[in-house]
Design a binder for this molecule. Sequence first.
Ligand code: FES
Length: 116
Amino acid sequence: MTTAETKEMSDMPKIRFMPMDVEVEVEEGTAILDAALDNNIRIDHNCGGNCACSTCHVIIEKGFDELAERSEDEIDMLDEAEGLTETSRLACQAKITQDLIVRIPDKESTWDDDTF
Ligand code: FES
């Protein structure tokens, strides 16, 4: 790997998934859901990422203000989510632009300990 490639990689936004405490680098503009699934981190996504359920609910612990605002559709769907917080997002709708820390609620149903 060249120095330029190393620098390019380190400039990519990082997302840390909790509670498993796994950090991955992703391309800017990647949805949180895609970042998780691409790295074998399970987030339920019953509607396939179409903003038509609330199973991909996540809580942004760091970087919430850097994300694009929630759409009306996302807000409507979030109303159905369990454990809603002021920094809740649908993982399929929130696109990464900066470093984030994201908590996936309810570890038992969303995280397979055998994945890593
Ligand atoms: S997967 Fe259904 S709203 Fe995100």
